[in-house]
Design a protein around this ligand. Structure first.
Ligand code: 5GP
Length: 209
């Protein structure tokens, strides 16, 4: 038994989770899992670094080989967490961070109930839409699809262990860091971020969707 923790982080696209995660884990030796996907690379993607890009055939043969800890279809593409790397890192005592959507998050939580799941809320769906347009990495159709998916994703936030809101980036970084530190040290001070205590915030974002 070692003290390695698995962190599952979910957030709708455009919620700033990439920036938050790189800040929170920058001084730790946590292993940031590189997922496999069948989606097309974007300009900022590098194969093997942001994702392992695969064809559907390659992905489906990996499913048959039991190569994924979890996988899901999201926005017409497959996404999955390579099993071997994740398990090896945890066994070696390193924390592991999975940045995955909700279906995958629940699969992992079922397999590994000690994993810590955190959902990052946008301040509102309108703000999410504005951020995705500002990012400019996708066309309008794709953005509309991602925004309409966001409400569905946010409605799953109630089932996570912890929920934070990315209204101000610095606050979100501080809050996630606090949750990570508290869970590593078995300290209950982060309980105010438990999903049950953040219910009002989740309700509010969904009400204005
Ligand atoms: P994007 O296409 O914007 O990079 O990612 C779309 C969604 O897929 C995001 O919510 C992201 O967190 C999620 N995702 C990325 N990798 C994985 C994975 O390995 N498994 C699952 N289930 N979701 C993933």
């Amino acid at each position: 038994m070692n003290n390695a923790k698995l962190f599952i982080i979910s957030a709708p696209s455009g919620c700033g989770k990439g920036t938050i995660l790189s800040e929170v884990f920058k001084d730790s030796d946590a292993y940031y899992s590189v997922s496999c996907t069948t989606r097309k690379p974007r300009e900022e993607d590098t194969d093997g670094i942001t994702y392992h890009f695969m064809t559907r055939d390659e992905f489906e043969s990996e499913i048959k080989n039991d190569g994924f800890l979890e996988y899901a279809e999201f926005a017409d593409n497959y996404y999955g967490t390579p099993r071997a790397a994740t398990e090896k890192m945890l066994e070696s005592g390193r924390d592991v961070v999975l940045e995955i959507e909700t279906q995958g998050a629940f699969q992992v939580k079922k397999l590994m109930p000690d994993a810590v799941s955190v959902f990052i809320l946008p301040p509102s769906i309108k703000e999410l839409d504005r951020r995705l347009h500002k990012r400019g990495t996708e066309d309008d159709d794709t953005i509309n699809k991602r925004v309409s998916q966001a409400s569905g994703e946010i409605s799953k936030a109630y089932e996570y262990d912890y929920v934070i809101m990315n209204d101000e980036l610095d606050d979100a970084i501080r809050d996630l860091k606090f949750i990570v530190d508290c869970t590593k040290n078995k300290n209950s001070d982060a309980d105010r971020f438990k999903a049950v205590n953040m219910k009002k915030n989740i309700d509010e974002v969904l009400k204005n969707a």
